[in-house]
Design a protein around this ligand. Structure first.
Ligand SMILES: Cc1ncc(COP(=O)(O)O)c(C=O)c1O
Length: 298
């Protein structure tokens, strides 16, 4: 879907006679997938190594830095692509001021704003899509992962006007428009967009963050616990930096599956339907995990 979004942005520029608009701006540490175009938009060199020559005219700048972004935007800007909360890059939220500033810069330079909501979308942050909580509307939005609740489907959303440049045959894929996948996604959308689901995500997120902060009082592992809804990151500090993998392996031995977002951040992304009791159980298992981790690393 990010491949489609980037192709759409380039085609829109050309079909609307803005031939100078070819530059796509993305962010260091971003992750947008593994096709050649989307991996080039990503901000981690390792994923791009030995696949060159890569698509041209993609530039990277620093996340949450409006000044840096404004300096590389100009008449040649075609689109800006970003994750409303950087997932793989460490669960970094955009400041509200940055989000609004990016939108304003895109409007000023007539560049399209693409939000990659593959991780943040479908209820994960307590809104159906994260942009709704930011008050900033992108021109193109991509979603996948939770869209099919495990069944493979991705989608790219855009406005009627921009969609005109993708007439039938212009872009497609063998399994695109699969009726079974679409039926699954329709049901998932119905369940996830229910107000009680989204309220549950917000409540369980607060419970989880509170619990992590309480554990941190005791174990002193993190310099920050951050995130939105049920996309939560805990940044390891001091001697615990680079230890995310050790901790998640210990957690899995206790029966708790967690993720990492880089070597220094523990990432928690539980089911949107997790109950209050299950969050308590998870926090108990984390307490056991931290106890044994500190025992080994004393
Ligand atoms: C923010 C984001 N965008 C896109 C993707 C899709 O990646 P892929 O093309 O590997 O399915 C992912 C997968 O983790 C992601 O986290």
């Amino acid at each position: 879907m990010n491949e489609a979004a980037l192709k759409l942005a380039r085609r829109y520029a050309i079909e609307t006679n803005q031939h100078e608009k070819h530059k796509i701006i993305a962010f260091h540490k971003a992750f947008h997938g593994r096709t050649l175009f989307s991996v080039t938009a990503g901000g981690t060199e390792a994923y791009k190594t030995n696949f060159g020559p890569l698509p041209a005219q993609l530039a990277h700048t620093t996340h949450n830095n409006l000044e840096a972004l404004s300096q590389i935007m100009g008449k040649d800007s075609c689109a800006v692509i970003l994750e409303p909360i950087m997932g793989e890059g460490g669960i970094h939220q955009m400041d509200l001021e940055f989000a609004q500033g990016v939108r304003a810069l895109c409007d000023q330079h007539q560049a399209l704003l693409i939000f990659d909501e593959v991780q943040t979308g479908m209820g994960r942050t307590g809104d159906l899509f994260c942009y709704q909580g930011l008050g900033v509307t992108p021109d193109i939005l991509t979603t996948a992962k939770a869209l099919g609740n495990g069944f493979p489907i991705g989608a790219m959303l855009t406005t009627e006007k921009i969609a005109q440049v993708f007439q039938p045959g212009v872009h497609g894929t063998t399994f695109g428009g699969n009726p079974l996948a679409a039926a699954v996604a329709k049901k998932v959308l119905e369940l996830v967009s229910a107000p009680e689901t989204l309220a549950g995500v917000r409540a369980r997120g607060e419970q989880f963050v509170q619990g992590l902060n309480d554990l941190n009082q005791k174990f002193d592992l993190f310099c920050e616990v951050r995130g939105r809804g049920l996309l939560i990151g805990a940044q390891l500090k001091g001697p615990h930096q680079q230890k995310a993998k050790d901790i998640l392996l210990q957690a899995s031995q206790k029966g708790l599956l967690i993720l990492q977002a880089g070597p220094d951040v523990l990432r928690f992304a539980p089911s949107l339907f997790i109950t209050e009791t299950e969050v308590e159980q998870a926090l108990n298992l984390l307490q056991q995990t931290f106890t044994s981790y500190l025992h080994e690393h004393r």
